[in-house]
Ligand binder design. Sequence first.
Ligand code: 4AD
Ligand code: MG
Length: 462
Amino acid sequence: MKRTKITDLFNPELIGKEVCVMGWVRTRRGNKHVQFIALNDGSTVKNVQIVFDMAQFTDDQLKPITTGSSIKVDGVLVESMGKGQSVEVQAKSLEIFGTADPESYPLQKKGHTLEFLREKAHLRPRTNTFGAILRVRSALAFAIHKFFQERGFFYLNTPLITGSDCEGAGAMFQVTTLDLNNLPKCEDGKVDYSADFFGKPTALTVSGQLEGELGATALGAIYTFGPTFRAENSNTPRHLSEFWMIEPEVAFFDIADNMDLAEDFIKYCIAYALDHCKDDIDFLAEHYDPELVERLKFVLDNEFVRLTYTEGVKILEESGHKFEFPVYWGADLQSEHERFLVEEHFKKPVILTDYPKEIKAFYMKLNEDGKTVRAMDVLFPKIGEIIGGSEREENYDKLSKRIEELDIPMKDMWWYLDTRRFGTVPHAGFGLGFERLVLFVTGMTNIRDVIPFPRTPNNAEF
Ligand code: 4AD
Ligand code: MG
């Protein structure tokens, strides 16, 4: 008989019909007359109850079935009398695929801490919590493609191995095939990269933006969606060493267009998750974050506040609030500052624009004041910065000057500068940290819990 996924069982038309279900056992309980198994197959957060009339099964048949075992059951779907479930399967036949030794299977009882589960990241997708998070993550990934595809953006794949440093932060993972114990040296004692795989130093990308701009200034509007890597030693609940980023880039866009796109985009994704992941979001709200649904709807129902960095800093300075890091014009804002503006002052998502050029990347368009650039950061409750973007400097001379000022090796940037030499256009784009979005939508508080296998300093297990 063909298998029915548990998510498809909650369908009145199937009542009274024979079904075949397969999955992993969450619990087994009962007595010598009747036994109940709660079965989950990952298709939904809901378990289905399987009822075994022990007149038709032997104790020996059911005894090996402990938490974590995998089974197949053929039976009849009936309306359930018990509370908490609408249907159940009355078992007719049983097959055990695999048992799970209760002495060593780590996910015995419910209520493990998230910290404990991080150490069991190979099995945690089998818990209700991680099942829910991973399904929401998958739905959001689909929503992202849908949003851009429906608006005529083209999906552009940018390289993961690169010779350039987009953000200029210098926190890149080097990629090399040289023997680290026996490095070839030049006459001046430095490593001879001409002997390396690519004949020059390379690293994992921190952003696909620079290549994204090449795409946008040809196809008009593109988006990337891929992994990015940052070797910053930031051990925070919002930083990963390997994270996924979505980077739209649009020709003929200015910063106002860019802000509109960012706001529409993020609202679309949140609305999609609310529409398509109700059971999972309700589960997460119930167990972790009672205000989750309210917070998500609040973001949908409110316009993001837009103000300049200068205005934002003024509000922070005048707030009288004691911050751990000092705030003054020119300072890079910390998460505590961002969250103060969002959570305490405006009580709404905020888009902060026109940052001092010194604290932003080289490619941002310089304002007429000569001091600030057309940057935009979208700041969210509980998260802080969720999106970073800007209008780009399209003027060849100004851009070259900035590259020189910052000592970026010009010879590595020739291809980027060519977009400004040949048919340059105003353009803008931004990057959304995918895990920060998943964090917001699931109400989780640690970014390590919204990616299947997190990579952070000193952690690359699994
Ligand atoms: O602000 P960032 O560094 O901007 C860029 O990389 C630009 N090139 C984007 C663009 O304009 N195309 O990063 C963008 C977003 C941040 O707002 C944040 O959400 C996320 O990426 N992010 C991280 N997420 C998890 N772990 C980290 N270490 C992150 N660093 C940035
Ligand atoms: Mg940023």
